[in-house]
Write a protein of this length. Sequence first.
Length: 412
Amino acid sequence: MASGLSWLDSSRNDQQRMRELLKLFSDTESRDELGIGQVRDAFSDLLFPGTSVLQTRAPYLLIVPWCYQESERRGWRGDRLTKHVDRSERKVISALMKGDDTEGVIGRRAGVAVRTLPSTIYAAALQRYGIRIDDGDVGSSDRRFSVGSDEADELTERVHGAWHATLPAAPKGFPDEVEGGLKLRPEEGRWLRERLLAAVPDTLLAYLLEPAHRPGWDSEAPWEEPAVAAAPGPIGPVVRDAALFSLAIHGAALLYNLLVAQRYEAAGLTEREEPVARYRDLLLDWNQRVSTEHGLKGWDRSGMWDRLIDKNPRIASNASARRFIDRWLDAVTSGAAHDAVTDESLRNLVAERERSVKKGQSRLVNDKLLRTWSGASGSRPLVYRWPQVRRILIDIHDGCAADLPEAAGARA
């Protein structure tokens, strides 16, 4: 019998978290094997509110409203509106796939049969950025913009058509044609920049939307961007905590993979080539990076925890996760984690945490799952949705610059 995963349709945010979880399951290096997902996501929301790992390109922040507006102009309401929007979104997929730039097209692989459409992926962002205005009226039965379960008795539906009054108009021929594909027109880029700056001020997302702060293509984490080093308060402290946390907790992820690798080799499994040696080397490299990071010494984590709990109060009630994180961070900041490869207390700390999180699905106890190990599980450093955010930021910057003389000359 095939296994499956299901959840109660309780709130938009819970649905979004579950979809992101499913995406992380599809990326073996991004899995949350040590149960720190709440902290990771709180950092991500502090840095880049409204974003998710499911988002691909900035133009969808306009494409989704255009699909609704096109359906509303035809007079559709309720379930018929939802179905017509669904058809419009699939028409957009076909139109975009005919263009030259198909990177980030939702449905690029599955085509028009794709299950999760942009209106679902971008629903939370559209409300967070004030592109869709909640006015409290009861109307549509579409749950993509529905409220949480605690408000369901009072208000279970939202009216469509409540879009920002200055939303740019859809291009001619939409949705059968999408002129320019996923390239923003100048007025669209400027409008999105202004909307996000107004909606999420004092965040790294807004800071990197400033004209002088365009990110490059080669940064692997937000703090690698030159402009980020000069980010003012209150942005700077969040970035510093996020970078230090990413560096420090990466050692625990590498140690976990070393433990799996040692068990893998002890079981006589050979599909992964010398994984123990690989993770020993990675931990040596990590130790070197830790030893040169002076910010870890004297790191005051009380402010970090206050900001994280303010963003997600449920972190405060997750005592086991916080206890594990604090014990590991104490080891890193004190220098004790330098001997993590052989230190039995740290090895046990990580092993016990993974077993408590994964239970019967732990690779440290489940031989069947051990045999299917890919060689890397949750081994990447945390970068807080940066690949997706960087792409969206560049889309908006390029759109804003599209009508500048130097940009026009570059295209010529």
